[in-house]
Design a protein around this ligand. Structure first.
Ligand code: AR6
Length: 174
């Protein structure tokens, strides 16, 4: 892979709500009205104004994305995307790729230069991390080739195990 594209992707282990980036991506559900996991953490850190704005959005279908302000987060924006509930079906990978593609498109439309993604669908929604990692990185790399305005994409992993999966894949394609 082109080294200049690889340089713009980074793996971080930690809490996405602390990321000092222009936009953080939320692994939401179709209601956009909050939940557990990273969704709960983002709503807690952003404060109640985030839920108030989300209520005006009217939900989000699986594979799509919606943008709101970040309120009390260091990030200016939250990009909410809804990953598929993993079922081992062919459409799962298409939908997960769409989450990354649509989130990055919204980011580019809002002049976002730095963005952080959690491992969408890899918690409660059960997507195997190795497959999800490949989809996330490949979709992002393709997008970055055509969108020089996005400087840095951070893949934020809560666990050491998931961080290692990302590190290994980035090494493999470099
Ligand atoms: N920072 C970074 N990553 C995190 C954080 C955090 N603060 N908290 C959890 N993760 P999940 P999903 C990781 O379950 O599978 C919600 O209830 C976590 O370890 O948050 O897309 C929504 O409302 C895992 O690797 O999202 C939906 O109903 C990854 O984030 C549903 O869960 C995603 O796990 C969405 O499920």
């Amino acid at each position: 892979m082109n080294p200049s594209i690889l340089d713009r992707m980074k793996v971080v282990q930690g809490d996405i709500t602390k990321m000092e980036v222009d936009a953080v991506v939320n692994a939401a559900n179709t209601s956009l009205l909050g939940g557990g996991g990273v969704d709960g953490a983002i709503h807690r850190a952003a404060g109640p104004e985030l839920l108030a704005e989300c209520k005006t959005v009217g939900g989000c279908p699986t594979g799509e994305a919606r943008i709101t302000k970040g309120y009390n987060l260091p990030a200016k924006y939250v990009i909410h995307t809804v990953g598929p509930v993993y079922g081992g079906r062919p459409q799962d990978s298409t939908l997960l790729a769409s989450c990354y593609q649509n989130s990055l498109q919204l980011a580019a439309d809002h002049k976002v230069e730095t963005i952080a993604f959690p491992a969408v669908s890899c918690g409660v929604y059960g997507y195997p991390i190795e497959d999800a990692c490949r989809i996330a990185v490949d979709t992002t790399a393709r997008f970055l080739e055509d969108h020089p305005s996005i400087e840095k994409v951070n893949f934020v992993q809560f666990s050491e195990e998931n961080r290692q999966v990302y590190e290994d894949y980035l090494k493999q394609i470099s």
